[in-house]
Each structure stands twice: as C-alpha cells, then as structure tokens.
Design a protein around this ligand. Structure first.
Ligand code: FAD
Length: 580
C-alpha cells in the first residue's frame, strides 16, 4: 500500500471556496478561524494522519481487532497513536470551549476526520463516534451530565458510541426492544436499569480510551409503540463518581466481534446490557424523545459518513496513480515508438484516473459546502440550516457511492494485482463498502430526500437551491441542463407523483441532485483558481473540473428516465415470481 499524502491544497481550496471559512471567521463565535490557524490545522492534521494513522492501516486490516477475555485488543501501535491524537488535541477542534474544546467550525473538524480517515478509515471511526456522542450530550444532556462526561469525551480520554441497532431493528429503529426501568430508591435512585442486546456497535469495546460512554436507545415501561416510545440513555462502561474519577465496572459487556468484509481494525461489537440486572443508565433529554435527540447528532454523523466516501476515494486515487505510473505494459496505440509505456499513458487508464480524481474532488467540494452551511446554521442563519438539511442525504448517499466507485476503479487500474490483497487496493474497496450501509442506508437517505427534505418549506428548500445553481452556472450548458431536469423531477415528485413513484425514483434523483450541486461547487473552485487562488492547482483544477462537466454531469442527466419511471413496473411481478 502506498503512503498517504494529504491533499492539503485541494482541502484548503474547498474550505475557502465551498465552506466560505473567511466569512465564518467574521462572526464572533468563529473569529479564531483565521487564515493562519486554518492552514496550520489542515497541514498539521494531514502530517499527523500520514505519520501516525496511515502506517497502521495495513496491519489493522491484516490483524484486525480481537476479543480476548471480554477485552477488545488492537494491533501494536494503535494505543500509542491514539494517545498522541489525544495529546495533540485533535479530538477537541470543534467541541464546546466550556468543556475544553476549541469551539472552531464544524468545517475544520470535517478536515480532521477527512485526513485521519484517508490515512486509516477503520481507526478513524473511533473519533468519529466520539464526536457524535459529544454532540448528543451537548444538545440534550443535563448540566450535571455535561460536566461529568463532556470534558473527558472532548479531550478524547474517553470515547463514545451510538447504540441503536438490534437484530430485529435496523432501518426500522422504532422496532427496538431494549428496556429501561426506573430505579426508585437506593444508591442509583432516579437512574434506570438498562437491559437488552445491541448489535453492530462500532468501537463498542476497546482498551484505547480509559472509559467508553455508550449512548443507548431503549424503551421505558408503557412507552408508546414505535419510534415515539424511544428514550436515550447514557451508559458508561465504568461508573463515574461525582468527582469525575472512575468507579466500578457497569453491567455491560462485548459478547462477540463481527467478522467483516472490511474496516477490520474497527471492532464491530455485539453488546449486552444488564446480563446481571445491574446495568445503570441515566436518561438524556426528555422521556420518549430519544430518537429526536439522536437525530440532532445524526445530521452531522451522516455528513461524517459521507466524508468517509471522500476519504477512501482520495486514498484509492493516490494508490492508483502511483501504480499506473509504475506499471509498464504495451506501447501507446498508434505511436511510432514501439517500446512499452507506463499504463498511465493509455487513454482508458487516463480516463479512469481522471474519473477518480474528478469524483474525489467533486465529493470534497460538496462535503465542505455542506459543512459551511452547517456552521452558518449554528450561527443562527435559518436558511443555511435548512439548506444543510437538504444537503445531508446528498453528502451521505452520493459521497459513499463515490467512495465505492472510485475504490473499485482503483482495483481495475491495478489489473490482476488489484484482486490480490498484497497491493492494498482491495482493502480500500472492502473498507469503502460499509459506508453506503450504516448511518441510514443510502436507500433510506434517498427516501428522506424525496419525502421530508422535498417537503421542507413547501418544496422551496430544494427548488431554491436548484434555482441558485441555474442562475450561477449559465456558462456550463450540461450543468444547466442537469439542473433543469432536477427541477422538473422535483416539481413532478412534489405535485403529481404518488409516494410509491417518488420512492421508486429516489436514488437516481438523489444522484442527479448531488452531481448538480457538486458540479456547481467545482465550478466555483475552477473560477477561483482561474483568478489566481491556490496556484498549486492551476494546472490540475481546470482539467478535473472540465472532466466532471463533460463526463460525469451528462451521465447524471441520463438518469432522468429512471428517476421518473414510476413504481408500476417494479410491482409488475409479484415478489414470489422474482425468485423464479
Ligand atoms: C460495520 C457496521 C458498523 C455499524 N455500526 C453501528 C453502530 O455503531 N451503532 C448502531 O446502532 N448501528 C450500527 N450499524 C448498523 C447499521 O446502521 C445498520 O446495519 C443499517 O442501519 C441497516 O440496517 P440493517 O442492517 O438491519 O438492514 P435492513 O434495515 O434490514 O435493510 C436491508 C435493505 O433493505 C432496505 N430497506 C429497509 N427498509 C427500507 C425501507 N423502509 N425503504 C426502502 N428500503 C429499505 C435497506 O436500504 C437495505 O438495502 C453498523 C453496521 C455495520 C455493518
């Protein structure tokens, strides 16, 4: 596997142009995010990721996490790299200052995660989950809970998890059955006894952090059926005394680890709570409002998973470019020189490389555009907050699809060696494949887009964004056509299509919309580079953005038929007949 070289210049361009960090820094809240600091963070975390996390990517895949006597162990090197991560303060970038964080924009925490995840996607899930737990407690925890848990979570000394999934409750979170019974008297009066089994819990058990703060969804006695009867609980691995010191171990354990296709260094745990009837948890927020509380963090968590698409696409592209420059096969077709050339000289390999690069830059541009809108929402800009909500399913679904596609092309560029594990190209693809599944499958993201998001502000949240692109992209006819087709579909879905028809076309529409926004954001980058910004990209950006307009955008236009095909044909055969 090739080393990781942080794409610092392209990241800085996206942070400036797509997230608009300079405008954010004009606010009182984000005043510290000045140019010098932003550059120091992006360069610093890139160097840290390349030096500490990247060298562990291969061994993490080969050896993976293992469960021994109830303790999950990682290969040598993970503990010291995590300690260095905590020591250098990378966990605390955008966390609240009141609890030891730096209070910087979400945009910059996206960059921390982008670099760490390109270096080592499986390892990076540990901080990614902690960021989610911090957000949930920050927004919904009591003052006492914040004081007790946040400082250690913010520093990274403790890590966090999200516990939604149960065997019968995956996409349908409302089907979960874990229970929480109020404790009326004794030492834990006012708290709850938690009981149940959760599956697929990322970093649910490990020994890198001193404590693990589990956020667990469970039902109170007599709670309403479905998602309206779910409450959120904080359940620490070790009890925390009032002075913040660690007490005895809580009644919870990792029963087993899943054997997976990829991200082998990320322990995916079956967790059992309350085997002995003594698992203690505290309610977070109001009773029966747990799913709402989880949703607060889920928006950013979904952006962070979309980010994984950018992460793995970058790493796979770097590896493929290095291989294509090295591997020699055949003379260039039509060339008078009959000596064999590096495969990067062949037109089809060039096509694949440019596709990888322009898709990677496209998802990065979309990611930081969304992050900038999240930050504006935090500053009280309601229109930006709504725009961020529209963008979240695009970043999550298209971003992770791009991760899989690009890492798949990476294997193709390696030829047979791509299918052989020792090059590392296959690991990128195996790692990438989970991201379209967790944090709400991409099908669920697309359904969210054509139902809740399309319904926001009577459809204007979606249509206004498309209108903005149309008025700003006049010099790009293909992009303009794509936007117009998106407008047609959005209006048809909103005004005329049945729910079945909308859902049937949701994924192609999500892709078309994502490509339109990403293309627009790349256009903004290309203009900025043409005007002299990011001189290091003066040669490459016009080419990658042109490739996106000429090759990626027209493909997306071609998905209109599928987006508007309706559901009738899908149900022409009964389910049983599809088996025959
Ligand atoms: C490695 C890994 C790590 C994970 N980490 C965590 C974690 O930390 N915490 C946690 O709580 N969970 C975690 N998960 C669980 C993950 O979020 C779920 O796997 C995911 O939500 C999908 O649920 P499911 O697997 O039950 O699939 P299902 O819900 O059974 O879905 C199967 C298929 O049916 C489709 N489908 C289902 N319902 C609908 C519908 N209504 N409309 C259209 N299509 C539908 C889905 O899109 C999918 O294609 C993890 C999973 C894995 C594999």
């Amino acid at each position: 596997m090739t080393p990781y070289t942080p794409p610092t210049q392209d990241q800085l361009l996206a942070i400036r142009i797509n997230a608009g960090i300079e405008q954010l820094a004009q606010s009182e809240k984000f005043a510290a995010a000045e140019s010098d600091l932003v550059e120091a963070i992006v360069a610093g975390v890139g160097e840290f990721a390349a030096g500490e996390f990247a060298p562990l990517n291969r061994i993490g895949d080969l050896e993976g996490a293992r469960l021994e006597n109830g303790v999950v162990l990682l290969p040598d090197g993970f503990k010291s790299a995590y300690d260095a991560y905590v020591e250098q303060g990378w966990n605390a970038i955008s966390s609240p200052e009141d609890f030891g964080g730096q209070g910087l924009p979400f945009t910059l925490s996206c960059n921390v995660l982008e670099n760490l995840g390109s270096a080592n996607m499986a390892f990076n899930l540990l901080p990614t989950l902690s960021v989610g737990a911090i957000e949930a407690l920050e927004h919904h925890g009591s003052d006492a809970q914040k004081a007790l848990y946040l400082p250690q979570l913010v520093s990274g000394a403790w890590s966090g998890t999200m516990n939604l999934t149960e065997p019968q409750a995956g996409s349908d979170v409302g089907a979960l059955r874990s229970t929480a019974t109020p404790i009326d008297d004794g030492e834990h009066a006012g708290k709850y006894l938690i009981q149940g089994q959760k599956i697929f819990i990322t970093w649910g058990e490990h020994d890198l952090a001193k404590n693990i703060i589990h956020l667990v969804l469970a039902r109170l006695p007599d709670a309403p059926e479905g998602s309206r009867g779910i409450s959120l609980f904080v359940v620490p691995k070790y009890h925390v005394n009032a002075d913040g010191s660690l007490g005895t171990k809580n009644d919870l354990r990792c029963v087993s680890l899943e054997h997976k296709l990829g991200i082998n260094a990320s322990p995916t745990c079956v967790m059992s709570y309350g085997d002995n009837g003594e698992c203690i948890g505290e309610l977070v927020g109001a009773e029966n409002r747990g799913l709402m509380a989880m949703f607060t963090m889920m928006n950013n968590a979904r952006v962070n998973v979309g980010n994984q698409g950018a992460q793995i696409a970058e790493r796979a592209t770097q590896q493929a470019v290095a291989y294509a420059n090295d591997r020699v096969q055949s003379a260039r077709a039509g060339s008078p020189d009959k000596s064999a050339v590096a495969i990067i000289e062949h037109p089809d390999v060039r096509r694949m490389i440019l596709r990888m690069k322009s898709l990677t830059e496209g998802i990065r541009a979309l990611l930081y555009f969304c992050a900038g809108q999240v930050d504006r929402g935090t500053l009280g800009d309601d229109a930006a907050r709504m725009r961020a909500e529209v963008l979240v399913p695009l970043v999550k679904a298209w971003g992770t699809d791009v991760g899989v596609e690009v890492s798949g092309i990476g294997i193709q560029i390696h030829g047979g060696m791509g299918f052989i594990e020792e090059t590392g190209a296959a690991q990128h693809w195996r790692d990438s494949r989970i991201a379209p599944i967790y944090e709400g499958t991409n099908g669920i993201q697309a359904a969210d887009l054509v139902t809740r998001k399309l319904g926001m502000d009577g459809g204007n949240a979606v249509l206004d964004l498309l209108a903005n692109i149309a008025s700003d992209a006049k010099e790009e006819p293909a992009l303009l056509t794509l936007v117009q087709e998106c407008q047609t579909i959005a209006k048809w879905m909103r005004d005329d299509a049945s729910l079945d028809d909308r859902l049937a076309g949701s994924v192609p529409f999500c892709t078309m919309f994502s490509v339109a926004v990403a293309g627009w954001q790349l256009l903004k980058q290309a203009r900025a580079v043409a005007q002299g910004q990011a001189p290091a990209l003066a040669q490459s950006k016009p080419v990658t953005s042109r490739f996106f307009m000429d090759c990626i955008v027209p493909e997306a236009i071609g998905q209109k038929a599928s987006a508007m095909a309706g559901a009738e044909l899908l149900y022409a055969l009964p389910a049983k007949a599809l088996a025959g």
